[in-house]
Design a protein around this ligand. Structure first.
Ligand code: ATP
Ligand code: MG
Length: 142
C-alpha cells in the first residue's frame, strides 16, 4: 500500500467554515478513496510534534496555535501516486498562488489558514498516517 496513500487534514478554519463536506466531495470526485477518517482536536503539544520540521520557522508558534485551535478532520486517502496527485489537487501553500479548481484556491483563508494539509513525500505519508491512525482504524481492518 505504501506509495498509494497520503494523509490529509482539513484544518480548523475550514472545519469552522463548514467546508468538510465540500472538501471531501472534491477528494472523492478526484478519485481518492477514503480508507480512514476521524474528527479530533489536537493539543498544542501534538500540533508542535506534527509540525516539528518547521520548529525554526517564524510562523511555527502561530501555526501550531492555529492547528490546535479547534476540531480538524484527519483522513488517509488512497490512490495511485497519492502524494503527488493530492498535492496537485490542494494547490500551492499560498492560496494567492493556488490554481483555480484546487482546494486551497477555493477554501483557504490565508497562507497559514490554507484549508488542508497534504503529505509531501511517500515516506512522510506513512509516518503521518501512523501519527494519527492505528491499524484497526483503517478500512482494511474494519
Ligand atoms: P502542509 O504541510 O500543511 O500540507 P505545505 O506542505 O504546502 O503545507 P509547508 O511548507 O509544509 O507547506 O508549511 C506547513 C504549513 O505551515 C502550511 O500549510 C501553512 O499552514 C503554514 N505556513 C507555511 N508557510 C507559511 C508562512 N510563510 N506564513 C504562515 N504560515 C505558513
Ligand atoms: Mg508540508
Amino acid at each position: 500500500m505504501e506509495g498509494n496513500i497520503t494523509l490529509t487534514i482539513i484544518k480548523p478554519g475550514a472545519v469552522r467554515n463548514q467546508y468538510i463536506g465540500p472538501i471531501l466531495n472534491m477528494i472523492n470526485e478526484s478519485g481518492f478513496k477514503i480508507i480512514a477518517i476521524k474528527m479530533i482536536k489536537m493539543s498544542l503539544e501534538q500540533a508542535g510534534k506534527f509540525y516539528a520540521v518547521h520548529r525554526s520557522k517564524p510562523f511555527y508558534e502561530s501555526l501550531t496555535e492555529f492547528m490546535s485551535s479547534g476540531p480538524i478532520v484527519v483522513a488517509i486517502l488512497e490512490k495511485e501516486n497519492a502524494v503527488e496527485e493530492f498535492r496537485k489537487l490542494i494547490g500551492a501553500t499560498n492560496p494567492a498562488e493556488a490554481e483555480e479548481g484546487t482546494i486551497r484556491h477555493r477554501y483557504a483563508e490565508s497562507i497559514e489558514r490554507n484549508a488542508v494539509h497534504g503529505s509531501d513525500s511517500e515516506e512522510n505519508a506513512v509516518i503521518e498516517c501512523d501519527f494519527f491512525f492505528s491499524k484497526s482504524e483503517r478500512l482494511s481492518y474494519l
